[in-house]
Every structure is written in C-alpha cells, then in structure tokens.
Design a binder for this molecule. Structure first.
Ligand SMILES: [Cu+2]
Length: 99
C-alpha cells in the first residue's frame, strides 16, 4: 500500500511538473523593445498576441521585476518575455533576445 501511494504521488508530481513547464513555455511572448527606462524599472514593448493574458498585439509599458533585466536591451531589439499578472499589475519577470 505504501509503495502504491508513493508511486501515485510520483506520477502526480511528474504530471504537475510537465504541466507547469508547458504553461511557462506558452506564456513566453514575442516583442520588440521600444524604450528602456532603467531608473523606473520600466520597458516599453511592442508585443504580439499574449494568449495567457488574453491580450491582442499592441505597444505598451511594462514594469520589470528587476532593473538588471534591462541591462542588455536597447530599442529595436527583438525579444521574448514572460509576464506575471498580479491583480491588474503586469510585471515582466523574464526577458531575453529572440532567436
Ligand atoms: Cu499589451
């Protein structure tokens, strides 16, 4: 019985991990840097559709979780980014050059 319980929790854990990896990959949105404002930890991005946020393509300002994320970015850069939604606040938690 104990082994079965262990096996079941291992399967549930694996399924959960796979699901969250899938969700993360899907949340990554494409964009292009328009403006970098390191002092205020903000970035203006022209982004494509963000399905996870139900948002159509547009140009908008995002808060970033860490000013260091902006270190290597400049206007015109093509990027991929992740957005976390906290109430009505949108924060870029990850941003990297698009491949
Ligand atoms: Cu938007």
């Amino acid at each position: 019985m104990k082994t079965l319980t262990k096996l079941i929790s291992a399967v549930i854990f694996a399924a959960g991990a796979a699901t969250s990896i899938g969700a993360l990959a899907q949340a990554m949105a494409d964009g292009e840097v328009r403006k970098v404002d390191k002092d205020n930890k903000k970035i203006t991005l022209k982004h494509g559709e963000i399905k996870s946020l139900d948002m159509p393509p547009m140009t908008m300002v995002f808060q970033v979780s860490d000013a260091a994320l902006l270190d290597k970015l400049k206007p015109g850069d093509k990027v991929q980014f992740n957005v976390a939604k906290d109430g009505s606040k949108l924060t870029v938690t990850e941003i990297k050059p698009a491949k």
